[in-house]
Design a binder for this molecule. Structure first.
Ligand SMILES: NC(=O)C1=CN([C@@H]2O[C@H](COP(=O)(O)OP(=O)(O)OC[C@H]3O[C@@H](n4cnc5c(N)ncnc54)[C@H](O)[C@@H]3O)[C@@H](O)[C@H]2O)C=CC1
Ligand SMILES: O=C(O)[C@@H]1CCC=N1
Length: 266
């Protein structure tokens, strides 16, 4: 792929995507150009991955064919105003922010701008991300195919309707944080029982990884897979009963409702 890929903002999410892109060898690292308010991150990324450092956002927008807007949502308006004059008929802008609708993006980049709304997540760093995508009507099928190929370097990609974006933020964009909390809690419990912490993280994380692969590959209902672990009168059902009594499921549902609600208002 001979395109130049730009990142305006080079924080947690951009770094995860750049790491996956470079590892995928889909493009040369010097085809990646990034700008960032604090320059030390750029120097680190240049040293670690060989990406090109831009002196400002406009340079990224001018030089790149595909531009990821990777700043916080509250900065989108300012940044889009800054780069508006760099919009051309072939340049593609990729939003990764919650709450910034296609209508909002087109209002600032222009109705003719080629825009892809996405919701990635940080497991992209190890190429096991999940990215939801929604193109506007200015992106043709060939461009969409190229974008999917590029974003597949982060992990799985799924086309969704824009109306589901707030739900996707809750179930995918933000959900790695809930899983990290679960892994941390399981490891703490193992430490209480005397297991060295590093070992506890390995056991807890592998249990989550393996369980997730079972859901994805077996196509079985998660409840069925849970029942397969719960031997009658055994150990697992004791833990499951406490999790039900403490309201684990309703806590997750309420947390994600709040998350989606916040996304709507971003
Ligand atoms: N962190 C995550 O797991 C995910 C984040 N996102 C979205 O990605 C975007 C970036 O999020 P993070 O990477 O987590 O934030 P971050 O705060 O880690 O990175 C943002 C970067 O933008 C830089 N920045 C600030 N103002 C700037 C400007 N005017 N021009 C250029 N760079 C500027 C900051 O120095 C910072 O390095 C946000 O819209 C967020 O909602 C989406 C999915 C997942
Ligand atoms: O917490 C946030 O707002 C960002 C968007 C999804 C994950 N992190």
């Amino acid at each position: 792929m001979d395109k130049k890929i730009g990142f305006i903002g080079c924080g947690n999410m951009a770094q995860a995507m750049i790491s996956a892109l470079v590892k995928s060898k889909l493009i040369e690292s010097n085809q990646i150009i990034a700008s960032n308010r604090s320059k030390n991150i750029l120097e680190k990324m240049n040293k670690e991955y060989g990406i090109t450092i831009a002196s400002n956002n406009i340079e990224v927008a001018e030089k790149c064919d595909i531009v990821f807007l990777a700043v916080k949502p509250n900065l989108y308006e300012m940044v889009m105003k800054e780069i508006k004059d760099s919009v051309t008929k072939d340049k593609i802008f990729v939003s990764i922010a919650p709450g910034k609708t296609m209508e909002f993006l087109e209002a600032h980049l222009g109705a003719d701008a080629k825009i892809l709304r996405t919701m990635p997540n940080t497991p992209s760093m190890v190429s096991e991300g999940m990215t939801a995508i929604c193109p506007n009507s200015n992106i043709d099928s060939e461009e969409l195919e190229l974008l999917i190929k590029l974003i597949e370097s982060f992990g799985a990609v799924e086309l969704i309707e824009e109306k589901l974006f707030d739900a996707v933020v809750a179930v995918s964009g933000s959900s790695p944080a809930y899983v990290f909390m679960f892994i941390e809690a399981m490891a703490d419990a193992a430490v209480i029982q005397g297991m060295p912490r590093a070992q506890a993280y390995r056991f807890a994380a592998q249990a989550v990884l393996g369980s997730a692969k079972m859901v994805l590959e077996s196509k079985s209902h998660p409840g069925e897979l849970k029942d397969m672990v719960c031997s009658p009168g055994g150990t697992t059902i004791e833990a499951v009963a406490v999790l039900e009594e403490k309201g684990m499921r309703s806590a997750v549902i309420e947390a994600m409702r709040k998350c989606a609600q916040k996304s709507k208002g971003m």
